[in-house]
Design a binder for this molecule. Structure first.
Ligand SMILES: Cc1cc2nc3c(=O)[nH]c(=O)nc-3n(C[C@H](O)[C@H](O)[C@H](O)COP(=O)(O)OP(=O)(O)OC[C@H]3O[C@@H](n4cnc5c(N)ncnc54)[C@H](O)[C@@H]3O)c2cc1C
Length: 291
């Protein structure tokens, strides 16, 4: 375990200071030890996957951040795919499509890791990763092991009951298929690239789509926020539900855009937007106020 480097280096939004401690376990046993030590010190501990859905405080975070980047083994056994939490999701999507296994091609274009995807129940119009889950293994915050079937994970729209747990390994059931899955993957990536700022520094969609049919992006657009900027951050001119770091954005720049978006959409449309992006702060109470 070491002192952490700024988390801006590990997040796609490129914002965030260092954690007090940083751990990069190379095995499940090492991860378990890290969790036990943090529990003994009564310190917070957080899992970091690809950092593709995170806004981190410029002051960094208290306690230990554990990266899953060294846990990335994948095994394919017929239609069952078992991947460690740190396996990059895009690689798994390509690999399973090439192996003629259908199910993950609907996740094409979603960055991050398998662990982060399961925790967030990542997905889109075509489906979510939770649809494919057979078993999720991992540790509770105090290092106690768990194994949950799909039901036990509590998957819902961009969420699950895995918050606060450490996923180490996920088993997915796919379907053998004769379709051209590689072409489907390419098509979905092209569709996303045409509509979203995939090459800008963002954390993906800032807000969840509210019930009622109108997307968060449309509501932000109607509130006049496309391209609206504060400091180094702006609502993407291409898709208003993405906040871009257009150069030197601070946590405060991004956070004030989040609050502005919620305020304006509430006053224009009477809709309360909920965050999809996870906010990591030294003072967690402030994050809860907007969650
Ligand atoms: C350009 C772009 C496009 C995107 N498009 C989509 C999309 O279409 N659909 C979609 O759903 N998302 C999308 N996202 C958001 C993001 O890709 C997903 O939320 C992704 O699943 C996050 O995975 P991650 O590994 O980066 O998680 P992180 O950002 O590292 O973490 C996210 C949360 O998961 C937790 N976590 C991470 N790893 C673990 C683990 N092993 N065990 C337990 N908890 C863990 C973290 O503690 C945190 O709470 C997009 C993001 C970007 C930047």
């Amino acid at each position: 375990m070491t002192d952490g480097a700024p988390l801006a280096r590990y997040t796609s939004l490129k914002v965030g200071g260092p954690p007090d401690r940083w751990a990069a376990p190379a095995s499940e046993e090492a991860l378990r030890r890290t969790l036990r030590e943090a529990a003994d010190r009564e310190e917070p501990v957080r899992a970091l996957g690809g950092g593709r859905n995170l806004l981190v405080d410029d002051l960094g975070v208290a306690g230990t951040v554990v990266t899953t980047s060294r846990l990335r083994a994948v095994a394919i056994d017929g239609a069952l795919v078992t991947a460690q939490a740190g396996s990059p999701l895009p690689g798994l999507v390509h690999r399973t499509a090439a192996a003629g296994l259908a199910g993950l091609e609907v996740l094409a274009g979603i960055p991050g890791t398998v662990g982060g995807a399961v925790r967030m129940n990542a997905g889109g119009h075509q489906g979510e990763i939770g649809d494919r889950v057979v078993l999720v293994r991992g540790f509770r915050r105090d290092g106690e092991p768990f194994a949950l079937d799909r039901e036990g994970c509590g998957f819902r729209y961009r969420g699950s009951d895995l918050e606060g747990s450490f996923v180490t390994e996920v088993t997915l059931r796919l379907e053998p298929s004769g379709a051209d899955l590689g072409a489907r993957v390419k098509e979905l990536i092209a569709w996303k690239a045409a509509a979203q700022p995939l090459h800008a520094a963002t954390a993906g969609c800032t807000f969840k789509n509210p019930p009622g049919g109108r997307s968060a992006g449309l509501l932000l657009d109607l509130a006049g926020l496309k391209g609206f900027a504060r400091g180094g951050a702006r609502f993407s001119p291409r898709h208003a539900n993405f906040i871009e770091n257009s150069g030197g954005a601070t946590f405060a720049d991004v956070f004030s855009l989040i609050e502005e978006g919620q305020r304006r959409v509430w006053s224009e449309s009477g809709v309360r937007l909920e965050l999809e992006v996870e906010v990591w702060r030294r003072a967690p109470e402030a994050a809860r106020a907007v969650a």
